[in-house]
Design a protein around this ligand. Structure first.
Ligand SMILES: [Zn+2]
Length: 117
């Protein structure tokens, strides 16, 4: 399951960003996953739970936002849902179209506990 490798990558991103914000623990993270990235949200959460053991992100709440894929026209910039399976732009008829957003996989934000004395 490749979610483990992805979880490790995500944790590295969070860890290095968290280092710049002090010593606190990471409480929650919000991730964006593209519809076409092939990543199973529940599996990824599970993998994050395992991989974060012993790190400052252990036990963090994970929120996963699924980003729907869409197709975008290079000519007129209009876009439409990927699942319409339209192979040319419905607005201007151009065939110069590209897939947009479906492969996203990133850490949108995370929250750290506020330092308490
Ligand atoms: Zn167009």
């Amino acid at each position: 399951m490749h979610e483990v490798g992805i979880a490790q990558q995500i944790l590295r991103v969070i860890e290095s960003a968290a280092r710049e914000h002090g010593q606190g623990r990471v409480e929650s993270a919000r991730l964006r996953i593209g519809e076409l990235s092939g990543v199973e949200a529940e599996t990824l959460k599970f993998a994050l739970g395992i991989c974060s053991r012993g790190t400052r992100a252990e036990g963090m709440a994970v929120e996963i936002v699924c980003v729907p894929a869409c197709v975008k026209c290079r000519q007129c910039s209009s876009d439409w849902p990927y699942d319409m399976e339209v192979m040319r732009c419905p607005t201007c008829g151009s065939e110069e179209i590209m897939l947009h957003g479906g492969n996203d996989l990133c850490v949108e934000s995370f929250e750290m506990e506020t330092a308490c004395a």
